[in-house]
Design a protein around this ligand. Structure first.
Ligand SMILES: [Zn+2]
Ligand SMILES: [Zn+2]
Length: 279
């Protein structure tokens, strides 16, 4: 018996003697099955293959955790350290005792909040290791493939996780896609963690830029009105930095303006009010 892991999206399934026949997360058009077809692994096999997690300071009070070599989407989890308890934003598949020890030395995890199903990964392993809840939006809970008492779906569009840390359901990429708004005095200006609900893009000059997609690997955009709605929802919040899904992916300052400006560009190009030269 094993909890099989899809090697394309990193989702861990409930215990079974044989791997599932398919991965519904990858069959969805927001993901993909690779050219070699469906491939499965396990945490034990990953340990034997030499995977490890890098746990490093990301900024004041923030710790990034990601797997090396990259596996499979390559996102980072971010531990937001707070006197009220630490919150883990998003999750990664690989977990071993060295990672658990390092995070416990940082004060452990009071709650895990996950932006969307692509990062559900092995959330139940993490929840069991740290004996903490996993907060997801109930609009996406039908994507859970390893049920657990630790998973706590919520209905609200604004869910207070701990004092100063609020999960906002802004939708878009998935109906229940979340961002995490953090306003913690000891960490300076308010900031936003976005996963790929709001994607921090490579072009950050001279100002910050982000984007929004229904599918990132398959480059399927969101409708203009959906992006405008996300813009208006986020514009009601004050935030400076934006931490995206991947290492080094930050809007360094002016995050709220970056969201508004980027959404306006996106909507303008889709509806034709902004003209681009295509030659
Ligand atoms: Zn998959
Ligand atoms: Zn995604």
């Amino acid at each position: 018996m094993a909890c099989w892991i899809c090697a394309t999206c990193g989702t861990q399934y409930k215990e079974a003697s044989d791997p599932p026949s398919t991965c519904p997360i990858c069959l969805d058009e927001r993901q993909y099955v690779g050219h070699k077809g469906q491939v499965w692994t396990t945490l034990l096999e990953m340990q034997q293959q030499g995977y490890e997690n890098i746990v490093e300071e990301e900024g004041p009070g923030l710790t990034a955790i990601y797997t090396a070599p990259k596996f499979p989407i390559g996102q980072r989890a971010i531990l937001i350290r707070s006197p009220q308890g630490n919150v883990l934003w998003d999750c990664i598949t690989f977990l071993n005792t060295a990672t658990i020890t390092k995070i416990k030395d940082l004060g452990g995890i009071a709650a895990i909040v996950i932006s969307h199903p692509h990062y559900y990964t092995s959330m139940v392993e993490w929840a069991e290791a740290f004996q903490c809840p996993v907060m997801i939006h109930e609009q996406d809970q039908h994507h859970v493939v390893r049920p657990s008492k630790h998973i706590k779906p919520f209905q609200e569009n604004e869910k207070l996780i701990i004092k100063g840390v609020t999960a906002l359901r802004v939708g878009g990429h998935f109906t229940g896609s979340l961002v995490l708004h953090c306003k913690l005095e000891h960490l300076g200006k308010p900031f936003l963690c976005t996963g790929d609900t709001v994607m921090v893009v490579p072009d950050q000059n001279p100002q910050g830029w982000v984007s929004f997609m229904y599918s990132y690997p398959n480059l399927i955009p969101l409708p203009a009105q959906e992006v405008a709605r996300m813009r208006d929802q986020l514009a009601a919040w004050d935030f400076d930095r934006i931490y995206g899904a991947f290492k080094g992916q930050q809007v360094e300052s002016g995050g709220r303006d970056a969201v508004i400006r980027s959404a306006d560009r996106y909507v303008g190009i889709l509806n034709g009010s902004i003209k681009r030269r295509y030659f």
